[in-house]
Design a protein around this ligand. Structure first.
Ligand code: ADP
Ligand code: MG
Length: 348
């Protein structure tokens, strides 16, 4: 380490020592993990369960900005967004593989911070880190995570199982991450113009936290299991409610009606959106990265769903010919489209 800067160059360690350093505290908790880091491949035994597998990549400058992204949070987020995809299948995430491409702009200490977040998330979501790859990039940082989960085949919730009459439900609140991102982008501009001004993010913890360090709703999957609920369809909200409900409707060949006044929006989101002159509803419909779950259940599950304070029933599945609409507070109907929502032109 350079005594003055406190910075250790990656080149002073080399690839193998770096991997050892970053993965030395890795704990294996799942009996299904027969072999983790250290061989040419990991070995996993899911016996009678099916394996559920997904992967997601985060690219510097595209998915995150190093100016306002603490590396611990980034490591946590990289795992959380992958676990969220497994939750969205109504499955349990059990293992992850983490691949990174790094330039010499990053110090060993920076990567240790990234892995602190990764290890923390692995503990928090109860997944084993079982491998990955480490390579060089010319400029930015790239993190690619592959997640493996398990489930009884009959428990899996696909996007295509919704049917007319089903309740449309959403967990938590929507639009917060988008508002958090807008706020961080604005603070960045202010800082670039005048580095003396420190960002004031007091009372913005919810929206900023949502963007920088999102949760995967594993707790909801546990709730489903404990209460005998099986969603007829499910998806995690990474691109905004509009886009996700359209995925469900398209794949399930049905329509939907969503009630504006039922869409959960956090107080901080309201305040920030209003300050930015954005309609909070638009944040919920089109703002991404909330990583909440959108799912449908049979009407008979209504009571069990209502018992959970963190789940909102926001609408109903209809038949395909009825289309996909939002009913506003004053009873107007708007056709839901992936980006933005246009007024209801053809009928009425
Ligand atoms: P190989 O050359 O056979 O691909 P590596 O030397 O790249 O093997 O990796 C050695 C071990 O360390 C493997 O188990 C691999 O999965 C793991 N590994 C490599 N890079 C990472 C990383 N960034 N995070 C976690 N595990 C890693
Ligand atoms: Mg390798």
């Amino acid at each position: 380490m350079n005594e003055q800067s406190g910075r250790t160059e990656i080149s002073s360690l080399g690839e193998f020592k770096l991997i050892d350093l970053l993965t030395q505290n890795t704990e294996i908790k799942h009996a299904a993990t027969l072999k983790g880091i250290g061989d040419d491949a990991a070995v996993v035994d899911h016996s009678h369960l099916v394996s559920v597998i997904s992967t997601d990549m985060l690219v510097e400058g595209v998915h995150f900005d190093m100016m306002y992204t603490p590396l611990q949070h980034l490591g946590f987020k990289a795992i959380a967004v992958n676990v969220s995809d497994i939750c969205a299948m109504n499955a349990t995430a059990t293992q992850v593989l983490v691949s990174i491409a790094i330039s010499n702009r990053f110090s060993v200490e920076a990567l240790e911070a990234l892995y602190e977040g990764i290890h923390h998330a692995c503990q928090y979501f109860d997944v084993d880190l079982i491998g990955g790859d480490t390579t060089t990039s010319l400029k930015g940082l790239v993190i690619s995570v592959t997640v493996i989960g398990e489930a009884n085949e009959s428990d899996i919730a696909y996007r295509n199982g919704a049917k007319p009459g089903d309740l449309i439900c959403v967990t938590g609140d929507l639009g917060a991450a988008y508002c958090g991102l807008q706020l961080l982008e604005r603070e960045k501009q202010i800082y670039l113009e005048n580095p003396e001004i420190q960002p004031d993010l007091e009372n913005k913890k919810h929206i900023v936290g949502r963007f920088l360090r999102p949760e995967a709703r594993k707790d909801i999957i546990t709730y489903f299991k404990e209460h005998g609920i099986k969603p007829t369809s499910m998806i995690d909200i990474s691109d905004g409610l509009s886009s996700e409900i359209l995925h469900i409707c398209k794949q399930s060949a049905c329509g939907a009606i969503i009630y504006e006044d039922a869409i959960p929006i956090h107080e901080e989101t309201y305040q920030q959106a209003t300050k930015f002159n954005i309609d909070p509803l638009v944040c919920a419909l089109n703002g991404g990265e909330d990583y909440e779950l959108l799912f449908t259940v049979d009407e008979s599950m209504g009571e069990k769903i209502a018992q959970h304070a963190g789940i909102s029933v926001i609408g109903k599945i209809t038949d395909k010919a009825s289309g996909t609409f939002l009913k506003t507070r004053n009873e107007n109907l708007f056709k839901i489209e992936a980006q933005g929502w246009n007024s209801f032109p053809d009928q009425q």
